[in-house]
Design a binder for this molecule. Structure first.
Ligand code: NAD
Ligand code: DAU
Length: 343
């Protein structure tokens, strides 16, 4: 199988590339990524020379480039991770979210249709369901929960999901969608809650907790997410949505306290700051469908996953220090500059 992974230099995409190269050594992976601020090829340095892996720099919104790539590569499967993914950024600049997340998805769908791709998989999010009240612990998102978005980010992801389903219904494109809860684990950019708090706590810097820290997220280890997508690609039914989450709900304050305690840092580092605009209260996934239909079960609890993640950040300081000091952005030039010039 030849698989196009878009956004493979990002957090989940790079974990997925690693996972697939190991789990399916018979497959070929092409990683297409624009290398925005969130794309980091240092996350894939160990697989650069793997003959089953190649990297292409490019924009999913660039129609002629994408059509040429599909013409040349004839992919069997497309897995679309490429997106603007950080909610705080969409409050500052919604336009790039619509461009990448909606229009980029449409370009990929057109290419998948034109070149007869066997499966187009869209990596979506539980945020398309909006939020749940804090006091109703009995409520969970199922695949039939109505789409009800709060932020330009989640609205753009919901727009993309609707397009994916429209291409299935109208053109018969074989598609699947997964909607997962908050991921955490190795290679997550330190703008998201867990790596931000971890790296700041290590530097004894203040930890900005929005509002009262009461908002709840349902934490999913990125490896469990990768296994779930693999199962959907292998056994998922065309035209279906699968929710992915492992009943690991924590308030933000609980998460931050867990990190501080693991690092032996004082709670006085916590600083309550002005809340995020439109801040979703609680996300919680009901994973019954993927468990029953595809036999998926998460391997990590939050306790085992957060320990592994903290250990990874402690053992891989250069990876995140290069992000904080900006060095990671020159990695593409140093690794690929000469090779591209030679071509
Ligand atoms: P990320 O921000 O870490 O990575 C996104 C990647 O996409 C980056 O490598 C970036 O360079 C690339 N990219 C952005 N614009 C592009 C474009 N126009 N063309 C090609 N590449 C482009 O994101 P992530 O956290 O790894 O999330 C991956 C996907 O999973 C996203 O679609 C996101 O909506 C979804 N998701 C993420 C989470 C989470 O907790 N991180 C949870 C649910 C769903
Ligand atoms: O649920 C899936 C979503 O999870 C994905 O679709 C998004 O791409 C991903 O970014 C994530 O969205 P969140 O907004 O939940 O993640 P974030 O890490 O930004 O924030 C998690 C919670 O922590 C949220 O309630 C806001 C809060 N927070 C976040 C930051 C960055 C803080 O209190 N302080 C912070 O500095």
């Amino acid at each position: 199988m030849k698989i196009l992974v878009t956004g493979g230099a990002g957090f989940i995409g790079s974990n997925f590339v690693h996972y697939m190269l190991e789990a399916h050594p018979e497959d070929r992976i092409v990683n297409l990524d624009l290398l925005t601020y969130a794309g980091n090829l240092e996350s894939l340095a160990d697989v650069e020379d793997n003959p089953n892996y190649s990297f292409v720099k490019g924009d999913i919104c660039d129609r002629s480039f994408i059509m040429d790539l599909f013409e040349k590569e004839r992919f069997d499967i497309v897995v679309n991770f490429a997106a603007e993914s950080h909610v705080d950024r969409c409050i500052v600049d919604p336009g790039i979210f619509v461009r990448t997340n909606v229009m980029g998805t449409q370009v990929l769908l057109d290419a998948a249709k034109e070149y007869g791709v066997g499966r187009y998989h869209q990596v979506s999010t539980d945020e398309v369901y909006g939020d749940l009240p804090l006091e109703r612990k009995d409520l969970f998102f199922t695949e039939s929960t109505p789409l009800h978005t709060s932020s330009p980010y989640s609205a753009s992801k919901a727009g993309a999901d609707l397009l994916v389903m429209a291409y299935h219904r109208t053109f018969g494109l074989p598609v699947t969608i997964s909607r997962c809860s908050n991921n955490y684990g190795p290679y997550q950019f330190p703008e998201k809650l867990i790596p931000l708090m971890l790296t700041r706590a290590l530097a004894d810097e203040k930890l900005p907790v929005y509002g009262k820290g009461e908002n709840v997220r349902d934490w999913l280890h990125v490896k469990d997410h990768c296994v779930a997508i693999d199962l959907i690609l292998c056994k998922g039914r065309d035209g279906e949505v699968y929710n992915i989450g492992g009943h690991n709900e924590r308030t933000n304050l609980e998460v931050v306290r867990t990190i501080l305690s693991a690092l032996d840092k004082p709670e006085s580092l916590i600083s309550f700051v002005t809340d995020r605009k439109g801040h979703d209260l609680r996300y919680a996934i009901d994973p019954a469908k993927i468990e029953a239909e595809l036999g998926w079960k998460p391997q990590y609890t939050f306790d085992t996953g957060i320990r592994q993640t903290i250990a990874w950040y402690l053992e891989n300081r250069p990876w995140w220090e290069h992000i904080l000091n900006g060095e990671y952005s020159s990695y593409f030039e140093s690794m690929y500059g000469e090779r591209m010039a030679e071509k």
